[in-house]
Write a protein of this length. Structure first.
Length: 279
């Protein structure tokens, strides 16, 4: 097949190849125009996605530091009330996660920060059924409000499958297979789970797009080495900080401004498990 350049260089016969060349050239124009149009649209979208100004999480702003301290104090009070035994080890995860703002996602905030705390509490008995029933009584005596739906499910599942050691399909069933329960303690939601120490997993807060403000992991080696059959895992999480797309901190109106997050507000961030208690 001759190239266009070769065709133009050879003598053209009257009414012949010149007309063919013009037709082929015109046929190519719409495709080049379409490619150019798509390229321009992609460029506009890319520019619009990147045109948003840089917004910082402002994690060290005095107001933010005060809100973080309030969240930490609320977690301490709620978990202390919920703990019905010896606290073996504790864990804190404080992470700020960025929002997205482009042509297909419009998050309300440029940054949100939440603090999650977990405590491992020694079980008072080696019988899971006794511990589950006893912990309900402890929570009630401590002034917490037990969520009947979630806690009742834990009790029912253990009675149906845990005592027998197998589920309805004949597969092994242990405390690690139980769902989580929850209760409200000091106006803060607390998750309650019954697990063997080997099943307790550390979260993964070091997400590439997130800012890890604080991470203090469980010291699980001492717990697993002590031969404890199972533990009670208490967890609470609270959002304490949000920055909008203009860089303004949500809820910050003055030195005495209060956070616009309700007590017990929790957060789930992309790339990790949901840190909301019981969920």
């Amino acid at each position: 097949m001759r190239s266009l350049r070769q065709t133009r260089q050879r003598p053209l016969e009257p009414g012949g190849d010149r007309l063919d060349v013009m037709r082929r050239s015109a046929a190519r124009r719409p495709r080049r125009l379409f490619v150019a149009t798509v390229g321009c649209v992609a460029l506009v979208l890319a520019v619009s996605a990147c045109s948003q100004g840089r917004v910082d999480p402002q994690e060290y702003d005095p107001y933010t530091v005060a809100q973080r301290a309030d969240a930490a104090a609320a977690a301490e009070a709620a978990l202390s009330r919920a703990a019905g035994g010896v606290v073996l080890t504790t864990e804190t995860t404080d992470v700020c996660s960025p929002g997205q703002r482009n042509w297909w996602v419009q998050d309300l905030s440029a940054w949100t920060c939440s603090r999650s705390s977990r405590w491992l509490v020694a079980a008072a008995s080696g019988d899971p059924g006794e511990v589950i029933a006893g912990y309900r009584a402890h929570l009630t005596d401590a002034g917490c409000t037990v969520d009947e739906s979630s806690y009742g499910m834990v009790e029912r599942y253990w009675a149906d499958w845990g005592v027998a050691g197998m589920d309805e399909n004949g597969d092994p069933y242990t405390v690690d297979d139980l769902p989580s329960a929850s209760a409200m303690c000091d106006n803060q939601s607390v998750g309650i789970a019954f697990r063997t120490p080997a099943a307790v997993r550390a979260p993964a807060p070091a997400l590439s797009s997130s800012l890890v403000v604080e991470y203090d992991a469980f010291e699980l080696d001492a717990v697993t080495g002590a031969g404890i059959p199972f533990v009670v895992v208490l967890r609470t999480s609270r959002g304490y900080h949000s920055v909008d797309w203009t860089g303004e901190i949500s809820g910050k109106e003055g030195d005495d401004a209060e956070s616009d997050f309700p007590p017990g507000w929790c957060a789930c961030y992309s790339g990790s498990d949901c840190d909301c208690p019981g969920g």
